[in-house]
Design a protein around this ligand. Structure first.
Ligand code: BG6
Ligand code: MG
Length: 215
């Protein structure tokens, strides 16, 4: 029986996936990489900051030391965090508040399971923080999606068995992580056509509206 829904953050709850892309693109341009595209960005979804950096660096012949890579990741994060300054409740994706209220009215718990170390800042700025019974993010984990760690920590914090959890994800890495953790997986957005997902929808708004028709 489903007892909890664990939501990814960037691209599922909030439009910050676009801001990640803009910051990586700006960093790529500083490095003289002009062909960094949305298709490259799809592979950055769900994975850690350092793994996302590798997707950018694949596009250049230049070699970087570990220290230089840390500096580059920090530079991107500074640009990204600056771009979050105007973030507010209006950046929460359509249907998110409604869907969370719906599951809560059914006694189902809600959690966040995100690779982002900026999760607390984003939840605070978008007024989503109080919507969740547990938060698991890049600050809690040592392994990045597709490892299931972030979702298993969320389930543990909720006190719910993994087999009673549903994950909502917009990344292929996240869908794999959910399945590796023994959870159901709902794919949205960029992951909509992932064949490993149990259910696929365009976004949470579509899912919520379908639930309302059936209610
Ligand atoms: C994920 C994003 O949610 O968080 C990735 O989909 C990003 O693209 C990762 O790299 C880490 O985010 P942050 O905010 O810690 O750099
Ligand atoms: Mg995401």
């Amino acid at each position: 029986m489903i007892k909890a829904v664990i939501f990814d953050l960037d691209g599922v709850l909030v439009t910050t996936d676009e801001l990640h892309f803009e910051a990586w693109k700006a960093l790529a341009e500083e490095l003289g990489i002009n062909g960094f595209t949305k298709a490259d960005n799809v592979r950055q979804r769900g994975v850690s900051r350092m793994a996302s950096l590798e997707v950018v660096l694949e596009k250049t012949e230049r070699e970087f030391s570990d220290e230089e890579k840390i500096d580059l990741a920090e530079k991107k994060n500074d640009m990204y965090v600056k771009s979050l300054s105007g973030l507010s409740k209006t950046d929460v994706l359509p249907g998110v508040f409604e869907f969370i209220n719906y599951i809560k009215s059914k006694g189902i718990k809600a959690a966040v399971g995100s690779a982002s170390k900026n999760t607390p800042l984003i939840l605070d700025k978008t007024e989503l923080a109080d919507c969740f019974d547990a938060i698991s993010c890049g600050l809690d984990t040592t392994r990045s999606k597709p490892d299931p760690e972030v979702f298993l920590i969320a389930a543990k914090k909720l006190g719910v068995a993994p087999s009673d959890c549903v994950v909502v994800e917009d990344s292929d890495a996240g869908i794999e992580a959910a399945k590796a953790g023994g959870m159901y997986a709902i794919a949205v957005g960029a992951a909509e056509y992932n064949p490993k997902a149990d259910v696929s929808v365009k976004d949470l708004d579509s899912l919520y509206r379908a639930l309302c028709i059936l209610a």
